[in-house]
Design a protein around this ligand. Structure first.
Ligand code: MN
Length: 326
């Protein structure tokens, strides 16, 4: 039975709204955050945001704050961001879309939160209109210089990721514009910042928006072969772990799926059908030392023939971003 007081003083009766409870759950999964007042602080921001966005709806017809701002904050919590950034995420649209002012946010939540929200608002004001690839680089530089604080960019990524995953409610022409901007600017930027998973998610959402037919086809075929791939990965990893243990090497081995975009890219580039793309799966073997890495490689090459021109050694020839791993 819902306590009638919960609408006004939920923290006293312990009945917070569902979306808030979900957020708190996500945030508390991060053990690094040790803040006794966390729930109270999050609630203050949640209450502020929901009050200011009151009555606003998304194109899907659902309440704006609960179905966008809270979702953005949840993504940030999943990325293990600090509480200030998560609160910034909750409030990221308040200056732009509500009566709330910078001063008010600064007074209530402090200078850090206010400057994050302000930064995200400013980023929203720059628009990417050119289709030329070289302009995308300039736009990227502009984003970084306006953002100043990297956390502003991170909130923007969470915002973009959520908007891309709910893009089907947008008019077709707007979908196209947002997807192109995501492809030209946000995905490469995520790549440069080392956020590989974010890039991959954005790329797949772009593909889904711009090329829905091949996306659906790849999705269907990947799903139907999930079991086979799992068995295949398990066979390889089991035998590898066993062989390496004879050399006292304990690797971390994981199979990882390839993105729809990378599979589609290969189909187009090499003019092949899905069935002819052999690398729809990847296996990652992590060892402690460089020597162990080469030893593992040698072992793999005994069992699997490398393809000459597709083989890369980023220890011997590091990538342009200085990374030794891909
Ligand atoms: Mn937003």
């Amino acid at each position: 039975m819902k306590n009638p007081l919960s609408k006004f003083v939920p923290f006293l009766v312990g009945e917070f709204p569902r979306p808030f409870q979900d957020l708190v759950k996500k945030v508390s999964q991060n053990e690094q955050i040790k803040n006794e007042n966390l729930e109270k602080e999050l609630w203050q921001a949640y209450e502020f945001g929901s009050r200011h966005h009151e009555g606003q709806k998304r194109r899907s017809g659902k309440p704006y704050f609960e179905n966008h701002c809270v979702e953005v904050a949840k993504i940030l919590a999943e990325w293990k961001m600090d509480p200030i950034t998560i609160i910034g995420g909750l409030l990221h649209d308040t200056i732009e879309d509500t009566e709330a002012t910078f001063q008010e946010i600064e007074k209530t939540f402090g200078a850090d939160v206010a400057s994050l929200v302000n930064g995200v608002t400013k980023l929203g004001g720059i628009s990417f209109s050119s289709r030329k690839a070289e302009q995308a680089g300039n736009f990227m530089k502009m984003l970084i210089s306006v953002a100043k604080d990297l956390r502003v960019i991170i909130i923007k990524f969470a915002d973009r990721l959520h908007n891309m995953s709910t893009i089907e409610y947008m008019p077709r022409i707007k979908q196209h514009r947002i997807a192109v901007e995501t492809r030209e600017v946000y995905a490469p930027l995520a790549h440069r910042l080392g956020m590989a998973k974010v890039k991959w998610k954005l790329d797949d959402l772009v593909l889904k928006t711009l090329n829905p037919e091949p996306y659906k086809e790849i999705e269907k075929k990947l799903k139907s072969s999930v079991k086979e791939r799992e068995i295949y990965i398990k066979n390889i990893t089991d035998s590898l772990v066993k062989e390496l243990s004879e050399y006292n090497i304990k690797p971390q081995v994981s199979g990882r799926p390839k993105s729809h975009t990378s599979i589609y890219g290969k189909m187009v580039k090499r003019g092949k059908a899905f069935e002819e793309i052999y690398d729809i799966l990847a296996i990652r073997v992590v060892v402690d030392k460089i020597e162990e890495c080469y030893l593992t490689l040698g072992m793999l090459h005994q069992n699997f023939k490398p393809i000459q021109e597709r083989f890369k050694d980023f220890i011997a020839t590091p990538k342009s971003n200085g990374r030794k791993i891909s």
